[in-house]
Design a protein around this ligand. Structure first.
Ligand code: TPP
Ligand code: MG
Length: 458
């Protein structure tokens, strides 16, 4: 027993872990159980304090000057790349850094860049840039359409385009994403038709979900995109369960769970990690840390953990922490995790460090809780501009071609929008029949639902 520097009583002891590292545990300020642990050694109560709640607060609020000096950013290319077969114990450092490939001049540097050689040809790089531009143009038009009353709701990806667009390119047919509402880039990068996405947003007669889901809650089995659930973190338990089923069946497909920083506070996140840790199915667990969960800053859900990636350590799952605004870093990390899954080495957890530059949704006004200039101050830059700079540096692109591509993607989006709007929007044109609300719940519709549907006249 010793007296700690803060004046409280602390009990310290060491336990050897299986790899020989000493893990030192401090049990501080034992309070009322102190007597039990010390076997009745008398201690003074002069250090007792009434407990208080520690409520983390963002450093800067509206009106303040944005400050991201707490985000430690290592130089591009400086983080090591372990073999995908590495044990989690030997790569703990990778949860406390940021894997970056693109440097300030647009060069791709370091071991993660080298691992990408041969994986992405020039055409794939140009497609990556185009996918992100298409997603941004799509977001712009759908946001405006919501303001025009053509849909009830919209959620955009501004600043986060690289994560879903790049990740999708590491997968193959038959793999299954369990996405949240902020990964439509998975669909864009897999070539899903924009018109169909828009019909879903407009809840019109060609909406594959027949108007039963919120706008942006897409569902596309053939594109490896599991139906989005608004109940956050369910994606994690579903992805792990799906991957366990794949392992039981012996098929070669992997699952990808997606979650935001805020949603890691849900117990489903932790439950999923227990199952992933024990059964080691082929699953990749992605955390998109965009700093905000609506108006709640990331420090609340992270709590005392140094990073979200470090959450994996308690479960013996290898973790990577990646620059989410770096298309190449995202793809390189995805390849690493995919290799682990395909070699039957089990799960990987990846935290993408990014910034939600737009509002949470069309129902949100971020000016109420963070400085307006915060997005512009985000130190990891804009994912589109960074990949563009890389392509220009390699003579694969130019300012002129970029301007032209901007016009082309906007044209593509507007053409698709006209087609979708011609079918219908929220308050006009052809809408799904109300009879659909009875379908697709039971394999055989129970009599009471048949009765209710008949009473409604459908
Ligand atoms: C289980 C559950 N709790 C609360 C909500 C309400 N909700 C919707 S989005 C959101 C914030 C999620 O933030 P984060 O996980 O960081 O994802 P982001 O929106 O930043 O991508 C909340 C609390 C929900 N949909 N599901
Ligand atoms: Mg978030």
């Amino acid at each position: 027993m010793r007296r700690d520097s803060a004046g409280g009583h602390a009990l310290s002891f060491a336990v050897s872990d299986p790899h020989g590292d000493a893990v030192r545990l401090f049990v501080q300020n034992l309070g009322h159980v102190r007597g039990l642990i010390t076997g009745g050694i008398a201690m003074s109560d002069d250090q007792e304090r009434a407990p208080h709640l520690h409520v983390p607060e963002p450093a800067i609020r509206p009106g303040g000057v944005p400050d991201f000096s707490h985000v430690q950013i290592p130089p591009a290319g400086s983080v090591r790349r372990p073999d995908p077969g590495e044990t989690p114990e030997n790569m703990r450092d990778l949860a406390f850094t940021i894997i970056r490939v693109l440097d300030r001049d647009g060069a791709a540097v370091g071991p993660w860049a080298e691992a990408l050689e041969g994986a992405l040809d020039d055409e794939a790089l140009r497609k990556g840039l185009r996918d992100m531009m298409l997603l941004r143009a799509y977001d712009t038009r759908m946001l405006t359409a919501q303001r025009q009353g053509k849909s009830s709701f919209y959620m955009q990806h501004l600043g986060e385009e690289a994560i879903s667009c790049a990740f999708q390119t590491a997968l193959r047919k038959g793999d299954m994403n369990f996405p949240t509402y902020r990964q439509a880039g998975l669909l864009v990068a897999s070539g899903y038709p924009l018109v169909t996405m828009m019909c879903q947003v407009f809840s019109n007669d060609a909406d594959p979900g027949h108007g039963r889901q919120l706008p942006v809650f897409y569902s596309a089995r053939d594109h490896g995109f599991f139906s989005i659930s608004g109940n956050l973190a369910t994606q994690y338990v579903q992805a792990v369960g799906w991957a366990m089923a794949a392992a039981i069946r012996g098929d070669r497909h992997l699952a990808v769970g997606w979650i935001g920083d805020g949603s890691t506070a849900e117990s489903d996140f932790h439950g999923a990690l227990v199952f992933a840790s024990t059964y080691k199915p082929p699953v990749i667990l992605n955390i998109v840390n965009n700093q905000w969960a609506i108006s709640t800053f990331q420090g609340i859900a992270r709590g005392g953990a140094g990073t979200f990636a470090a959450r994996a350590h308690g479960f013996g799952i290898p973790a990577l922490r990646v620059d989410g605004n770096d298309y190449l870093a995202v793809r390189a990390a995805a390849d690493w995790a995919v290799q682990r899954a395909r070699r039957d080495l089990g799960p990987t957890l990846i935290e993408y460090v990014t910034y939600r530059a737009g509002g949470h949704s069309t129902s949100d006004d971020p000016a109420a809780y963070r400085p307006k200039e915060e997005g512009a101050a985000w130190p990891l830059g804009d994912p589109i501009l960074r990949l563009k700079a890389h392509l220009i540096a390699r003579d694969l692109w130019s300012e002129d071609r970029h301007r032209q591509a901007e016009a082309e993607v906007m044209d593509e989006v507007i053409t698709a929008q006209k087609e979708a709007e011609a079918i219908g929007t929220l308050h006009s044109g052809k809408r799904p029949s109300p009879r659909y609300m009875f379908d697709d719940v039971f394999a055989e519709m129970p009599p009471h639902l048949i009765r209710q549907r008949t009473e409604m006249g459908y």
